[in-house]
Design a protein around this ligand. Structure first.
Ligand SMILES: CC(=O)SCCNC(=O)CCNC(=O)[C@H](O)C(C)(C)COP(=O)(O)OP(=O)(O)OC[C@H]1O[C@@H](n2cnc3c(N)ncnc32)[C@H](O)[C@@H]1OP(=O)(O)O
Length: 409
């Protein structure tokens, strides 16, 4: 069965959000819903209709995202939902195909998303492209290694985050280019973060913030909640629940971590997703104290393989013919020569014999530099026709620091 698909206009907003609320079993806070409407790119929404009823929806945020060696306009796929009454009839598949066509037409070569379930998007060519660690640290065992950086010109300032929004935004903008996967936050993201509408759900009070600064300005911030508690013996047992910690330099970074780890009345710091190569791991003298759990983070789809691979930098020279398999975007399914060296990168269509045959999902997972091609090769999942070709490509596509977006969109 086929259903018509088109973008919605503002008058259809209630029916659009209803599909999201039903699909996710979610009730937005009233101000959250209003803000979300204001920031929706209506021309980038899609709704699937069964008669006059909207039964499936999705949208896109236009995100300037850091990739290895630069920044690209990336289609940030979001708000995917199908009414429970219409699930498993191909509604999502129809939306995904149409959306990828639209992204291509708009000239973006890369799409990215956070997946509600890891199994959904591989079939459409999205590969797991970054991962994150959530962890808990016992603050009594959180000493740093000898030689951890310090800078006497730095000082800490306790602030209310909403009062210092301009400083947080400026600091954050300065760190975005440093790591693939990070994306520029527009007002919508800051409005949502600082509105703190979910404060009541955490039992840990409102956002608190501390800045690290010197006479020239702010060099970093931490954003967190505190859940205070005492055990049965009256011993303080509070928890810092860290949301964000960003800094321009290692000394400010170390000082901000010490400020949350050394906080009075606190015995543990819990952090949501952090990069898997977070410098904190190197700073901790006893890194085993980082009780971490791993999770997948961004999923990336190369919408235009040639343009996407030409647009990033590479960690090592490479000159290979890659045969790409791509059923969803057949314009990618052909042979490409990727040449990268000190003068830049180029990926062009060729007819030559391939060194390697890769599903487009593998290129998506490697695109931001997570190094996953080597892992997939060792797992026996990739076919190479020239011995060493995949290892060479994996080395060239890997990047330091590792990709991490840091906030769901
Ligand atoms: C970026 C984001 O917004 S992520 C948010 C995704 N949305 C949600 O999780 C909300 C709740 N779930 C839903 O709304 C729906 O179940 C969706 C969107 C996940 C799937 O929509 P559907 O219209 O049912 O998917 P559709 O029928 O097109 O399925 C296509 C294929 O994907 C498979 N599939 C769909 N959902 C899932 C899933 N959650 N897990 C594994 N496979 C799935 C189907 O079995 C089907 O496989 P097949 O082609 O081998 O037969």
């Amino acid at each position: 069965m086929t259903y018509p698909i088109r973008p919605i206009d503002e008058s259809e907003w209630p029916a659009y959000t209803r599909v999201l609320e039903e699909g996710f079993g979610w009730t937005p806070h009233p101000t959250q819903a209003e803000r979300w409407k204001t920031e929706t790119e209506f021309d980038r929404t899609l709704a699937v209709f069964d008669g006059d009823q909207i039964v499936g929806v999705t949208g896109i945020y236009s995100l300037p995202m850091t990739v290895p060696g630069g920044q690209l306009p990336v289609a940030g796929v979001t708000a995917v939902s199908v009414l429970p009454s219409h699930r498993r009839r191909g509604v999502l598949s129809a939306m995904m195909r149409r959306q990828l066509d639209d992204i291509r037409e708009r000239g973006e070569s890369v799409a990215a998303l956070y997946a509600s379930e890891a199994l959904i998007y591989g079939r459409y060519g999205y590969g797991r492209a970054s991962s994150e660690l959530s962890f808990q640290i016992d603050t009594r065992r959180s000493a740093f290694v000898p030689g951890a950086p310090s800078d006497p010109s730095l000082r800490l300032r306790v602030v209310k985050p909403a009062d210092e929004r301009a400083e947080l935004e400026k600091l954050f903008a300065s760190v975005v280019p440093r790591r693939p996967g990070r994306y520029e936050r527009n007002a919508h993201f800051w409005n949502g973060l600082l509105a703190d509408e979910e404060a009541d759900q955490h039992g840990a009070g409102p956002w608190r913030s501390i800045l690290a600064e010197d006479d020239r300005g702010v060099r970093g911030y931490a954003l967190f909640r505190i859940k205070s508690s005492w055990d049965d013996n009256g011993i303080p047992n509070g928890t810092v629940k860290l949301q964000e910690l960003e800094a321009t330099d290692p000394a400010a970074y170390a000082l901000l971590w010490r400020s949350v780890l050394d906080r009075d009345l606190v015995s543990k710091v819990q952090s949501g997703g952090r990069p898997v190569d977070d410098p904190l791991i190197a700073l901790l003298a006893d890194s085993r104290q980082l009780r971490a759990s791993w999770a997948d983070e961004l999923y990336v789809r190369l919408v235009e393989v040639g343009r996407a691979l030409s647009a990033r930098s590479y960690s090592a020279p490479v000159d290979l013919v890659i045969e790409v398999e791509d059923e969803t975007c057949p314009w990618n399914a052909r042979r490409w020569r990727l040449t990268a060296g000190s003068s830049g990168a180029e990926c062009v269509p060729v007819e030559d014999q391939p060194d390697v045959t890769l599903p487009v999902v593998a290129l998506g997972s490697a695109y931001l530099g997570d190094g996953l091609l080597g892992q997939q090769l060792d797992a026996g999942l990739l076919r190479e026709h020239t011995v060493g070709a995949v290892r060479g490509l994996a080395t060239a596509m890997a990047w330091s620091p590792k990709p991490w977006a840091g906030m769901t969109f």
